[in-house]
Design a binder for this molecule. Structure first.
Ligand code: DAH
Length: 339
């Protein structure tokens, strides 16, 4: 019986060493140590032993059982660790692997400059106002001192929806809409799309953008106009920028002017960018015509104001040295990704 037990210990040791799965260990435990297992079978023969032999044999049997159980636990721990290792190996996530890159877009050059312009005017206390792109003839022309038959209409031919409704040719009608709703002080810019029946070329498009400006309060003078727009030009093109006011005519302002900025490329000496002029025109402006104030329900005896209209495409093209306006609308990524 002693030999049997010793042999059993050796076989068990041998087998346990070679197991690779925890399920195998469990099956082995049942067949060796279970109620119908081999060890139990041996113990059942204890009755045949003499009273002297029995205690020593009982102790040995217990030792063998403890030994095998110990082996099983150790092996089981070892296999558990191995299983975890294998699983981690299989599920390995390589965080250094290149990910799937999502192309992020960015602002269109028109939006880049428009946002800058807005920031500059916000800094000077302006709000943003808006108006419809489909506009009444009244707001687009009539109220702005451009009656039917006025020659200024010829240069702003547009797309008519009915005789009295059209696609606005300028952002100036927003002036009138603001005056009707708001009492002075007024200090707004109104950026937006405008339309003209022009053929497409390097400097024309039937759709383009303007930024209107309107300031009305008591005691506003041409000095305010010049000072504010000079500040604007310096912020946009750099502190060394100079401005120049040239007399001009707009039906809704009196007096009117066009404003040029010194060419930021050559500093005013003359270069291909400014076509040798040293100056580039960026906006039209003037003191709001008393009749226009009246049309907007504002007393011209008490209040005065100035207005201006900036061509967004113009200042964008100047700023980024773009020589063909069509590039701004064609959405060619080779062009757009440069900004
Ligand atoms: N609306 C004019 C245009 O499209 C631009 C303009 C000039 C707007 C003078 C103004 C202004 O507000 O005062 O040609």
């Amino acid at each position: 019986m002693k030999e049997q037990l010793e042999a059993m210990r050796r076989t068990a040791e041998e087998q346990i060493k070679n197991f690779n799965l925890r399920s195998e260990l469990e099956a082995f435990r049942v067949s060796f140590l279970g109620k119908k297992g081999e060890l139990t079978a041996i113990l059942k023969q204890m009755g045949k032993l003499s009273a002297e032999e029995r205690p020593a044999m009982g102790q040995l049997a217990n030792e063998v059982r403890a030994y095998i159980e110990n082996q099983l636990t150790e092996k089981s721990e070892e296999l558990k660790k191995k299983e975890l290792r294998d699983r981690l190996q299989k599920e390995k996530l390589d965080v250094t692997m290149p990910g799937e890159r999502r192309e992020l877009g960015h602002k269109h050059p028109l939006s880049i400059v428009l946002d800058e312009v807005k920031d500059i005017f916000f800094g000077m206390g302006f709000d943003v106002a808006t108006g419809p792109e489909i506009e009444w003839d009244y707001y687009n022309f009539e109220a702005l001192n451009i009656p039917k038959g006025h020659p200024a209409r010829d240069t702003q031919d547009t797309f008519y929806i009915t005789e009295n409704m059209l696609l606005r040719t300028q952002t100036s009608p927003v002036q009138m809409r603001v005056m009707e709703k708001q009492k002075p002080p007024i200090r707004i810019i109104a950026p937006g799309r405008v339309y003209r029946s022009d053929a497409v070329d390097a400097t024309h498009s039937p759709l383009f953008h303007q930024i209107e400006g309107l300031v009305i309060d008591e005691g506003i003078t041409m000095g305010d106009l010049k000072g504010n727009l000079e500040t604007f030009a310096k912020r946009l093109y750099g502190e060394e920028t100079k401005i120049r006011l040239r007399p001009h005519h707009f039906p809704f302002t009196e007096p009117s002017c066009e404003i040029d900025v010194s060419c930021f490329r050559c500093g005013g000496k003359g270069c291909p960018m400014c076509k040798g002029e040293g100056w580039v025109e960026i906006l039209g402006a003037g003191m709001v015509h008393p009749k226009v104030l009246q049309n907007g329900g504002i007393d011209p005896e008490k209040y005065s104001g100035y207005a201006f209209g900036i061509g967004l495409e113009r200042i964008v093209m100047f700023r980024f040295e773009i020589d063909d306006m069509r590039l701004l609308y064609e959405n060619d990524l080779r062009f757009l990704s440069q900004f």
